[in-house]
Design a protein around this ligand. Structure first.
Ligand SMILES: NC(=O)c1ccc[n+]([C@@H]2O[C@H](COP(=O)([O-])OP(=O)(O)OC[C@H]3O[C@@H](n4cnc5c(N)ncnc54)[C@H](O)[C@@H]3O)[C@@H](O)[C@H]2O)c1
Ligand SMILES: O=P(O)(O)OC[C@H](O)CO
Length: 393
């Protein structure tokens, strides 16, 4: 497609970022499917425009990659979506300039996803309340450590649009004693929007580069699956929807614990057989954990969907958790040090999840039923030798 003919900016953001050139070209996907049938009609928007408006909360590597896809789809379906998509960027000075200005001028997230050109209808905004103004579809994709702060700001009266829906692409769980919650249910409880969950074998950079992959979206209703498929499905990012919001959420959280075990295996110099055994045992514990503690979740989400087996494979071979756990064994340094050394400002999720899951299982007196999760916790937090990982499994 040639250069866009209309400016995608709303008056407020045009004023806020008046010096931006967001009226020229918009990145379009390289592949089109001319023979595809017309997409299904979307559920009505609560806005008087009749269109849905997308907001992205988070601008790390995954936030930026998902925002890119959502903005490209919004631009293609202007009858259904406001073409401007706003992305919350926690302001930071990068090379002497605010990151929001850098993103809006260069269309590059130089801090978290350099070298990937973002669509020009994706606008970086530093204040949360401006990001969600009039938004009907809100994508939560901050590292889970920061979610509570975000939710307390969004739960103030008048901040969110009545009738808005949310989706969580955050991988982790929230534990309080004997209670465990997914982030989708935490978001739903704190801000009152129905919340779906997106998870899959999705290393952010590969997705942003347009390499083919699949993702799974767990949705509470059929309307949610229509909406979120329209936001995310793309020729190189195929969406499959399931009704199992908990299974999708738990797949994304628990695979990070297994990825630490896979990294320990690599750090110990053990081979493919051992890693395959860890993956099998890990998938079994992930599935059993979900079935035991989350009523209505489905084993098939783990065995058949990208959010289960496929994400486990990619993360145990190519993810940050694996990489940091390998370094933990080889260097003997702390995970905090390794995170700073290797991740360039990105956040490690697996150690926090291993601790949360262990605390929960201990509180429920069920730690012995999940020996791999227990070993990962003890190696990461209690000084157990990594060599003990496979002993007695
Ligand atoms: N990176 C991936 O490949 C990938 C893929 C799928 C899912 N995920 C999941 O997506 C979620 C977000 O991960 P990511 O990779 O986009 O983030 P990231 O690890 O790249 O972290 C950077 C983000 O954290 C924010 N941040 C840093 N300090 C903060 C603070 N004090 N307060 C608020 N925000 C702060 C930054 O502004 C930025 O948005 C995680 O749950 C992760 O597991 C990541
Ligand atoms: O890099 P990791 O280990 O956080 O994994 C990234 C994604 O979750 C893979 O789907």
């Amino acid at each position: 497609m040639s250069a866009a003919s209309t400016a995608p900016s709303s008056p407020e953001v045009a004023q806020q970022f008046s010096d931006l050139d967001i009226a020229s070209t918009v990145t379009t996907p390289a592949v089109t499917r001319p023979s595809s049938p017309a997409p299904p009609a979307l559920p009505e928007s609560p806005l008087s425009s009749g269109k849905h408006k997308i907001a992205v909360i988070g601008s790390g590597s995954w936030g930026s990659a998902l925002a890119k896809i959502a903005a490209e789809n919004a631009w293609k379906r202007k009858d259904d979506f406001h073409s401007e998509v706003r992305m919350w960027v926690r302001e930071k000075i990068v090379n002497g300039k605010p990151l929001t200005h850098v993103i809006n001028r260069t269309h590059l997230n130089s801090r978290y996803l350099p070298d990937i050109t973002l669509p020009k209808n994706l606008v970086a905004v530093p204040h949360l309340k401006d990001v969600v103004k009039d938004a009907t579809l809100i994508i939560f994709v901050v590292p889970h450590q920061f979610l509570h702060t975000v939710l307390s700001e969004l739960s103030r009266p008048g901040v969110l649009t009545p009738g808005a829906r949310a989706i969580s692409a955050i991988k982790g769980v929230e534990v309080n004693g004997t209670d465990i919650q997914t982030f989708a249910s935490l978001i739903e409880a704190k801000v009152g929007t129905p919340c779906s969950a997106l998870s899959g074998a999705n290393i952010a950079l590969e997705v942003a580069m347009g390499q083919f992959c699949e993702t799974t979206i767990g949705c509470p209703t059929h309307n949610d699956s229509l909406l979120w498929s329209a936001v995310f499905d793309a020729p190189s990012f195929r969406v499959r929807t399931v009704e199992d919001v908990n299974g999708v959420s738990l797949g994304g959280a628990l695979k990070n614990v297994v990825a630490l075990a896979a990294g320990f295996v690599d750090g110990l110099g053990l081979g493919g057989n051992t890693k395959a055994a860890i993956l099998r045992i890990g998938l079994k514990e992930m599935t059993e954990f979900c079935l035991e503690f989350f009523e209505g979740s489905q084993a098939e989400t783990f065995s058949n969907e990208s959010a289960g087996i496929a994400d486990l494979i990619t993360t145990c071979y190519g993810g940050r958790n694996r990489k940091c756990a390998e370094e933990f064994v080889k260097s003997g340094q702390s995970f905090e040090h390794i995170e700073r050394k290797l991740l360039n400002g990105q956040k490690l999720q697996g150690t926090a999840t291993a601790e949360e899951v262990n605390n929960f299982l201990v509180a429920r007196k069920r730690a012995h039923a999940y020996p791999l999760f227990e070993k990962v916790y003890k190696i990461a937090f209690e000084g157990m030798s990594p060599k003990q990982l496979v002993v007695g499994l």
